[in-house]
Design a protein. Structure first.
Length: 750
């Protein structure tokens, strides 16, 4: 109901329930009351205000009752056949009724019996021929019972496109509004949907109306939503809906396409190490380094695939047997994660880039492939190398159907091929490179939470790679042979819809091929290809030792359970490391989605309890007595924990220490604070923190957060024995594991 006077007011009732009370705050004055006809579930209802005018007086309440009643009229206007140039319609009606059917091009049905083009009717049906292929038409059906005309009830349809066309053939559900850009007075996102005001004098749409909005500046992917509330000023609040809510029939066939990869453009440019960044090097964050160091990210992405979708609410036109939906989809991202690196110490760089979008069709609903990329590079050690990274084509394909009677019946699998780039230069350590981001495939690119017949959304990482030397430092082959490993990571869900009559439900379905991590075939790659066969000058140490150059081991040992220590590959980028864990070492290696949390029943450590300020549990340690050749001893390590990020700042402050002759040197750089969950994290000393909650480039650990490789340095006396003790423990409880990794040859002296 609409009230017009000194100000305007709108009162709306949801479709459920027999009555509702609505309170409006209006300026004093006289208002005219009007109630528009409403079509609900194919039937026509007329509203009758108890009085035509209402006077609003300051300090008093004016009351007005409006009744709606069903009127004798045609109902359930529906298609029986849709072709490129012909459309057949049918409807129900009272006995003895006569009809006037009018047609108009576009989304707006004729408002009167003498508007638009007349379509001949025969009893309760009509055939409209000589239509144009791939065009939208709207129909209005008026009914005469006795001497009274009522209506209209309306329907919009899109004919099948001509060969090669990309428009969908469709029949909208009764009450669906297919808006054009000129119909929209104002629209903006609300977080859970959109707020909308339409132009025109007819007032806002009723609650329950499904509205399809075209792409615009405020909504670049358009929007498909259902009106859930109407404000007193006539603003409609829409929440996301699916194609099944808007259409009785929908068929779209986009054949195979492949866009050539193109260089990504950064979202912004900014300073890098005090210098103005080039567009290709617009880095979001860089940890460490100096003005002479730089990582230049040069990613590119091209999208490809096909999209075939169909909704048919009637298995045979005219028979109300819910059938469901079918889908045949393929999506690929051909991605190159390339970088030029000139770094003399550990460094991490991350940069967001402008989204890549492939608009498949705009009519009647925008259907798009959308990819919002983030590229990153992580260097542990030093490197001066160009064109380092991986190029890959990764994605998925699936086909099948889902509906009321058949359930979900979809099969498919991942698509992935890759190869290493021809890098030039040297790496003393390792480089991690990743290119991934958010993927949305369905109606409305980038619209959070929007449903579809089968919409895919989540995180896709076509490239997650680590690059490093094959042979250890000191081997004459060290700088002449590089190894590249790469995996395809995905964390995606499929959203499906089903219905019976007015029942409409959404659910997320997970398939194995839409989640997980898969190593690329042929990985690892070596450059040059035969470099692993290079001869060494003399037999070399294989590198499976925690102690490196400049020291001689006298004796070493570990404490804790044997399950808490191990020599593992991939915990940090670039090869193996010696890891101590407060839980099982096997649980510490893996993916962030896995959970490392085991109470080992082992005692804590008094020194670590003093550092943490709470009781510790499940301590694990490594002790080595050695004789240094030089006067400075170095220990290189990484600390990681499952306590990140949820328990930062809490009592569960898992800690570690590196004692050199009894003095702890595992401190936050430039401070006296011990390394722990509460001292290095996303908000405190974040320059030294790596967020692994969704997987960081080159890391293969379940720990949700880690430090960058840190090195503690201690002055020693050459030739005099030194004792190094490394330990870690849980604080306050024995769950949510933490770990410390000592890099191979991570203890040395010079």
């Amino acid at each position: 109901m609409v009230l017009r006077g000194g100000s305007n007011g709108v009162a709306a009732k949801p479709a459920k329930g027999k009555q509702v009370k609505v309170t409006l705050k209006l300026a004093t004055g006289r208002y005219s009351a009007s109630a528009r006809p409403v079509s609900f579930k194919g039937r026509l209802y007329l509203g009758s205000p108890a009085k035509r005018t209402v006077r609003v007086v300051k300090g008093k309440i004016a009351r007005l009752r409006v009744r709606y009643r069903s009127v004798p009229s045609a109902s359930r206007l529906r298609p029986t056949k849709i072709e490129a140039t012909r459309l057949s319609l049918a409807w129900d009606a009272p006995r003895g009724a006569s009809f006037a059917l009018r047609r108009a091009s576009g989304p707006d049905a004729p408002a009167g019996r003498r508007m638009g083009t007349a379509v001949r009717t025969k009893k309760r049906s009509a055939v409209d021929a000589n239509l144009a292929a791939g065009q939208q038409y709207s129909y209005a059906l008026f009914t005469r019972v006795g001497k009274r005309w009522t209506g209209p009830i309306t329907l919009s349809a899109g004919t099948a496109p001509p060969p090669g066309g990309t428009a969908a053939a469709f029949i909208s559900s009764p009450g669906t509004v297919l808006a054009e850009s000129g119909d929209v007075a104002a629209v903006h996102p609300t977080g859970a949907g959109v707020a909308l005001r339409l132009r025109g004098s007819g007032g806002p749409p009723v609650i329950g109306t499904v509205i399809v909005l075209p792409p615009s500046t405020g909504l670049p992917g358009g929007f498909l939503g259902r009106v859930t509330a109407i404000g007193a000023d006539g603003t409609s609040i829409l929440e996301p809906a699916g194609l099944t809510a808007a259409f009785d029939f929908y068929s779209l066939d986009i054949p195979e396409f492949n866009d050539a990869p193109s260089q990504l453009e950064p979202k912004h440019s900014g300073p890098v190490f005090g210098k103005r960044a080039t567009r290709s090097a617009a880095l979001k964050s860089c940890l460490g380094g100096s003005a002479s160091q730089a990582i230049t990210l040069k990613p590119s992405v091209g999208l490809g695939g096909h999209f075939k979708a169909k909704i048919d609410k009637f298995s045979i036109f005219g028979k109300e047997i819910p059938k469901g939906a079918s889908l045949d989809m393929k999506f690929t991202a051909t991605a190159t994660a390339a970088a030029d690196v000139k770094v003399s110490a550990s460094l991490k760089c991350e940069a967001p880039f402008e989204p890549v979008m492939k608009m498949l069709t705009t009519s009647p609903v925008p259907i798009s492939f959308y990819f919002s990329p983030i590229a990153e590079a992580t260097v542990n050690g030093s490197a001066e190398v160009t064109n380092v990274g991986v190029t890959a084509t990764a994605g998925f394909q699936f086909s099948g159907s889902f509906g009321v009677t058949s359930g979900v019946n979809i099969g498919g699998g991942p698509i992935f091929t890759a190869g290493a780039l021809n890098a030039q230069g040297t790496i003393e350590g390792s480089v991690g490179a990743a290119l991934g981001g958010e993927v949305i495939i369905g109606p409305g690119a980038g619209t959070s939470g929007a449903g579809v017949i089968a919409g895919v959304g989540g995180k896709l990482t076509p490239v997650d790679a680590s690059i490093g030397p094959v042979f250890p430092v000191g081997d004459n082959r060290h700088g002449a042979c590089l190894r590249t490993e790469a995996a395809f990571k995905r964390e995606l869900n499929l959203t499906a819809k089903a219905w019976v009559g007015s029942w409409d439900v959404s659910r997320s379905v997970t398939f194995d091929f839409l989640k997980g991590s898969t190593q690329y075939g042929g990985s690892p790659w070596h450059w040059p290809s035969n470099c692993t066969q290079l001869p060494a000058d003399e037999p070399q140490d294989p590198g499976d030792t925690a102690v490196g150059d400049g020291v001689t081991v006298v004796e070493d040992s570990t404490t804790g359970s044997p399950e808490q220590a191990g020599h593992v590959d991939g915990f940090v980028p670039g090869g193996k490391s010696w890891v101590l864990s407060t839980g099982r070492i096997d649980d510490a290696v893996g993916e962030p989605g896995e959970f490392a949390s085991t109470g080992m029943g082992m005692p804590g450590d008094d020194d670590l309890s003093a550092l943490s300020g709470t009781t510790t549990y499940d301590a694990a340690g490594y002790e080595v007595r050695l004789i240094p050749d030089g006067d400075e001893l170095h220990v290189k390590y990484v600390f990681g924990s499952e306590e990140y990020p949820e328990y930062v700042g809490s009592q569960y402050n898992d800690v570690m220490r590196v004692l050199v002759d009894g003095k702890n040197c595992a401190l936050v750089p430039g401070s006296s604070s011990p390394v722990a969950v509460n001292t290095i994290n996303a908000s405190t000393n974040s320059d030294y923190y790596v967020d692994n909650s969704e997987g960081a480039a080159g890391y293969s650990t379940s720990m949700d957060g880690l430090t960058v490789p840190l090195t503690c340095n201690a002055k020693v006396t050459p030739g005099q024995e030194v004792t190094v003790k490394i330990a870690i423990a849980d604080s306050s409880d024995s769950i949510y594991d933490s770990a410390v990794a000592l890099l191979d040859k991570g203890i040395w002296a010079d």
